[in-house]
Design a protein around this ligand. Structure first.
Ligand SMILES: Nc1nc2c(ncn2[C@@H]2O[C@H](COP(=O)(O)OP(=O)(O)OP(=O)(O)O)[C@@H](O)[C@H]2O)c(=O)[nH]1
Ligand SMILES: [Mg+2]
Length: 216
């Protein structure tokens, strides 16, 4: 029998917002990328909100609320506890509830971005929680990361290699790293970004719009 997520069963409305995940190791630039994506997506008319996950704080949510980029009421925080992957994969009910709250508060909502707490290369999102997810690694984490073939690198719908500006300082051959990333992902997309300066962010937004918002 066809399995439907509880969200799709209970939400059931055509107007429900698309939900996407942004995962990746601690400090790879997930929040920085979201800070860059918000104005680009809003500029394209996308009605959006964000749910952040941190271990025991609301650090990232508070940062986004203070940023001036988005109505602070559109940012909710989930405190993930000691296992950040649990609340995005094994039992994502807290995150699903946060998404439902945002949809109830903002009826025109089209997109909810879930940032996971920074976690290891094995973290992945449950498809009960999100429709599509990206995994953000950074060049300073080492050019051997794609070769290690973690589930995040292999299974994500989009792999983002961030902090391209740091490649010369950490002795990373960026082109080689991207070539290996493309090889291990066997055709699934890989994009390079510099979230500090906003480089490559339009291409990430294009992919989100095509993959889950079905914009041209
Ligand atoms: N040079 C450079 N620094 C970056 C880039 N993206 C993010 N940073 C910096 O990297 C650090 C971590 O960025 P965050 O956006 O907080 O990373 P995160 O993945 O959200 O971190 P956690 O949520 O704690 O896992 C910050 O000091 C950012 O300014 C980039 O493209 N280039
Ligand atoms: Mg963050």
């Amino acid at each position: 029998m066809l399995e439907l997520s509880s969200r799709k069963v209970s939400g059931a409305s055509q107007a429900s917002a698309a939900r996407i995940g942004v995962g990746g190791p601690v400090g790879s630039g997930k929040t920085a990328l979201i800070e860059r994506l918000i104005p680009v997506l809003r500029g394209r008319g996308v009605d959006l909100a964000v749910v952040t996950n941190d271990l025991v704080t609301k650090e990232d949510a508070e940062r986004l609320r203070r940023s001036g980029l988005i109505d602070p009421a559109r940012v909710l925080a989930v405190e993930a506890g000691a296992c950040p992957h649990t609340v995005i994969r094994e039992d994502p009910t807290l995150n699903m509830a946060a998404g439902d709250d945002l949809e109830a508060s903002f009826p025109g909502l089209e997109l909810i971005i879930f940032e996971s707490g920074g976690d290891n290369l094995a973290s992945t999102f449950s498809l009960d929680l999100v429709d599509w997810w990206m995994f953000v690694i950074d060049v300073a984490g080492g050019d051997d990361i794609p070769r290690k073939k973690g589930p995040g690198v292999l299974k994500s719908d989009l792999l983002v290699v961030n902090k391209t500006d740091l490649a010369p300082y950490v002795g990373v051959d960026l082109e080689g790293m991207l070539t290996e990333a493309n090889a291990v992902r066997a055709g699934k997309p890989v994009l390079a970004t510099n979230a500090r300066r906003g480089e490559g962010v339009e291409a990430v937004a294009d992919m989100i719009c095509r993959a889950v918002l079905f914009h041209a």
